[in-house]
Design a protein around this ligand. Structure first.
Ligand code: ADP
Ligand code: MG
Length: 629
C-alpha cells in the first residue's frame, strides 16, 4: 500500500505561485525546448542527457518515433521517415511545385492525390500534413518540458524564422494546438537569440544575427529601439548550411580515396557523408582528425583531415553567406560599422573558420558565449517566463514586428498597403475605400501580403465579399476596412459600409492553411487516441497488479494455508482467487480487475490478519517483552 504523504505542521501545502512555461525552437534539422528554472534559462535534456532532438519523425502502422531513433532509420525507410518538414509548413501543393523543381527528386516522399490544397505525405500511419508532423515533434518537446518541470505547463513561446509569412506562422500555431500546447506567442528566431544575450536590455543599436544551421542560412539585420526589435532586413539562402560542408568534405574524401561517387551505393555514400560530418565537428575541437572508411570488403581508406584543408573546402561556402550579409546590410541601408553586435546562431557557427570569417567581415568579435545550438530556445524560454508573469524584475516585454506588409487589392490588380512591414505588433489599422461603379451594391475584398505593388506578385491571404449595401453613385459609398494583427503576427480583417452599417469580416485563414474543421477533426482524433492509450495503460497496470496479488496469495497458501484455515475458509478463498485469475485473462477494463482484487482482499482479510499475528509472535518468541518497549 502506498504511504500517504502528510506535510509537516506549519509547512505550506499550497501550490507554488510559480507558473511553468517553456520556449521551443522548432528547427529544420534539430529542435529544442528550454525553460527558466531558479532564475536561469537553459535547455532541457532527454533521459540520455541529449538536448537536441533531431526534427525527424518515422511513422509505422502502430508507432510514431521522433528524434535520433527516427533519423537512424532514414536510409532504411525513406518513405516513412520525414525530415526537414519545416520547409513545407504553410505551403500548398502549388507552392511546392514552384519551390521544388521536381517533387520526387528533392522530397523523397509520396504525396497523396486529392483535392486538398494542403499537401499530404503518404506514410504507413496514413496521410500526414506538415502541421501534423510538426505536431508530433512538438508533443515530444512538450512532454519533456512537463516531465522535467514536473507540472502542467502554462504555455510556450515557439520561434519561427523572421521571414515566415502569415501562412507559415499560422501553420506553426496550428501544429502547437494539435500538440496540446497553449501558444503564448510566436517569436522571431533572431529576436529570440538577441534576447538570450540580453541585448534587449542593453544599448540601443543595430544587431546582426547570423544563423547557419544544417540546411539553411539566415541573416537578420535588426534595430533595437525602445524595447522593440525591428527587423530591418532579412536575407540568406534556404539551401545552404552545414550539410553542404559535409558534401564538400565527402567529395574530398572520395578524391583522396580514388573512388568515383557514381560507383557507390546510396548507403555507402550516406556513410561517407556521416564520416565527413563527424570529422567536421571534431575539427572545431582538434587541429586534425583521422578518417577511416570501409568502402567494401577489399577497399578501405584512412586519411587525415586538418583545419587548413577543411578551410579551403568550406571557404567558398562561407563566402556565399557573407555575400548574403552584404546584401542584407544594403537592404537595411546600414553600414557594417553601425553594427554593434553580431550574434552567432546555429550548429554550423561552431566551425571556427565561420567565426573567424564573420568576425573579419563585420570587424567585430561575434558573440558565441551561449551555445549556438541552444541560444534561440533559451531566448524563447526567457520570453515565455516573462509572459506568464514570473519575471520579478519586470523586464520589458519585447515586441516583435510584422514581417511582411499587409494590404488589399484595388482596381487594376494593384496592392494597397494597409499595414507596412516592421510595424510593431499587435496593431490595428483602418482605411476607407469607395465603389467605382454607379449602383454598385457589393464589393470583393482581397487581402494580400507582400512588398510588391502588383497583387500577382504578392501572396493571396483571403477573399471575402461585402454585399447588400445601398446603391450609391460611384465614389459615394464609404467602406471602412480594418486590419487587426495580434501579437503572433496573425491577422483578422473586417469591412463595414459606413452609411448603411452593413458589416462583413473574416478571420484570415491563409489560402494554403488548414480549415478550422480539419484542425478540429485532427484534435478530436488525437484526443480519442489519447483516451484509448490511457485506458490501455491502466488495464495493463491492473493486470500487473493482479499477477502480483495472485502470486502473493498462492505463496501464502502454500506456506501456511493448511494450518491457519479451516477447509471452508480455504475453499472460499480459492474460489475467489480462481475468479481473479479468470478476470486476469479476460478483463477488458481495468475496473473489472480492480473489483475482482478487492473481492479477494475482503475474503482473505481474516487470513491476512492471522498471518500477521503469527509472524509477530514468531519474531518475539524467546525474547523478553521489555526488549520491545
Ligand atoms: P537547424 O537550425 O537547421 O535545425 P542546427 O542549428 O541544429 O540546425 O545546426 C545543425 C548543423 O550544425 C549540422 O550541419 C551539424 O553538422 C552542424 N554542427 C554541429 N556541431 C558542429 C561543430 N562542432 N562544427 C561544425 N558544425 C557543427
Ligand atoms: Mg535553427
Amino acid at each position: 500500500m502506498a504511504l500517504l504523504q502528510i506535510s509537516e505542521p506549519g509547512q505550506s501545502t499550497k501550490p507554488h505561485e510559480h507558473k511553468f512555461a517553456i520556449g521551443i525552437d522548432l528547427g529544420t534539422t534539430n529542435s529544442l525546448v528550454a525553460s527558466v528554472r531558479s532564475g536561469k534559462a537553459d535547455t532541457l535534456s532527454d533521459v540520455d542527457g541529449k538536448h537536441l532532438l533531431p526534427s525527424v519523425v518515422r511513422y509505422s502502422a502502430d508507432s510514431i518515433v521522433v528524434g535520433l531513433a527516427a533519423k537512424e532509420n532514414q536510409v532504411k525507410d525513406p518513405h516513412n521517415t520525414i525530415s526537414s518538414i519545416k520547409r513545407l509548413m504553410g505551403r500548398g501543393v502549388e507552392d511546392l511545385k514552384a519551390q521544388f523543381k521536381s517533387l520526387s527528386d528533392e522530397l523523397p516522399y509520396e504525396f497523396a492525390e486529392g483535392d486538398s490544397v494542403v499537401p499530404r505525405i503518404k506514410t504507413a500511419a496514413g496521410n500526414k500534413t506538415a502541421v501534423e508532423i510538426s505536431a508530433d515533434i512538438l508533443k515530444v518537446l512538450k512532454l519533456r518540458g512537463e516531465e522535467t518541470l514536473g507540472d502542467e505547463l502554462e504555455g510556450a513561446v515557439i520561434t519561427v524564422p523572421a521571414y515566415f509569412d502569415d501562412a507559415q506562422r499560422q501553420a506553426t500555431k496550428d501544429a502547437a494546438t494539435l500538440a496540446g500546447i497553449n501558444v503564448l506567442r510566436l517569436l522571431n528566431e533572431p529576436t529570440a537569440a538577441a534576447v538570450a544575450y540580453g541585448l534587449d536590455s542593453g544599448a540601443e543599436g543595430i544587431v546582426a544575427v547570423y544563423d547557419l544551421g544544417g540546411g539553411t542560412f539566415d541573416i537578420s539585420i535588426m534595430q533595437l529601439k525602445q524595447g522593440v526589435f525591428e527587423v530591418l532586413s532579412t536575407g540568406g539562402d534556404s539551401a545552404l548550411g552545414g550539410d553542404d560542408f559535409d558534401h564538400a568534405i565527402a567529395q574530398w574524401i572520395l578524391e583522396q580515396a580514388g573512388v568515383d561517387s557514381s560507383e557507390l551505393s546510396s548507403s555507402s555514400l550516406r556513410l561517407v557523408l556521416q564520416e565527413a560530418c563527424s570529422a567536421k565537428e571534431a575539427l572545431s575541437e582538434h587541429t586534425e582528425t583521422e578518417i577511416k572508411i570501409d568502402f567494401s570488403a577489399d577497399k578501405n581508406w584512412t586519411g587525415i583531415l586538418n583545419r587548413e584543408i577543411l578551410n579551403t573546402l568550406i571557404d567558398p561556402l562561407i563566402k556565399k553567406t557573407l555575400m548574403s550579409c552584404r546584401r542584407a546590410l544594403r537592404d537595411a541601408d546600414v553600414d557594417k560599422e553601425q553594427v554593434i553586435d553580431v550574434v552567432m546562431v546555429g550548429g554550423s557557427t561552431r566551425a571556427l573558420r565561420v567565426r573567424e570569417q564573420v568576425g573579419e567581415f563585420f570587424e567585430t568579435e561575434p558573440k558565441v558565449d551561449i551555445d549556438p545550438d541552444r541560444v534561440v530556445a533559451i531566448g524563447a524560454a526567457i520570453q515565455a517566463n516573462a509572459l506568464v508573469g514570473n519575471d520579478a524584475e519586470g523586464n520589458l516585454l519585447l515586441m516583435d514586428v510584422l514581417p511582411l506588409s499587409l494590404g488589399l487589392e484595388t482596381m487594376g490588380g494593384l496592392a494597397e498597403k494597409i499595414i507596412s512591414r516592421n510595424t510593431p505588433i499587435p496593431v490595428s489599422r483602418a482605411q476607407e475605400f469607395t465603389t467605382y461603379k454607379d449602383g454598385q451594391t457589393a464589393m470583393a475584398v482581397h487581402v494580400v501580403q507582400g512588398e510588391r505593388d502588383l497583387v500577382d506578385d504578392c501572396r493571396s491571404l483571403a477573399k471575402f465579399e461585402l454585399r447588400g449595401f445601398p446603391s450609391h453613385v460611384a465614389g459615394a459609398a464609404r467602406i471602412r476596412v480594418t486590419f487587426q494583427v495580434d501579437a503572433d503576427g496573425l491577422l483578422s480583417v473586417s469591412a463595414k459600409e459606413e452609411t448603411s452599417g452593413i458589416e462583413a469580416s473574416v478571420e484570415v485563414k491563409p489560402s494554403y492553411g488548414l480549415q478550422d474543421s480539419e484542425i478540429e477533426a485532427m484534435l478530436k482524433a488525437s484526443m480519442e487516441f489519447a483516451a484509448n492509450d490511457k485506458d490501455a495503460r491502466s488495464l495493463r497496470e491492473q493486470q500487473v497488479e493482479a499477477d502480483r496479488v495472485l502470486e502473493a496469495i498462492d505463496s501464502a497458501m502454500a506456506d501456511d494455508g493448511e494450518e491457519m484455515l479451516s477447509a471452508e475458509e480455504r475453499e472460499a478463498i480459492l474460489q475467489v482467487r480462481q475468479e481473479l485469475e479468470i478476470s486476469r485473462h479476460n478483463a477488458t477494463e481495468a475496473q473489472q480487475l480492480k473489483d475482482a482484487m478487492s473481492k479477494l482482499e475482503k475474503v482473505s482479510a481474516e487470513y491476512v490478519a492471522r498471518r500477521m499475528n503469527a509472524s509477530v509472535q514468531k519474531s518475539m518468541a524467546g525474547h523478553q517483552v521489555e526488549e520491545f518497549k
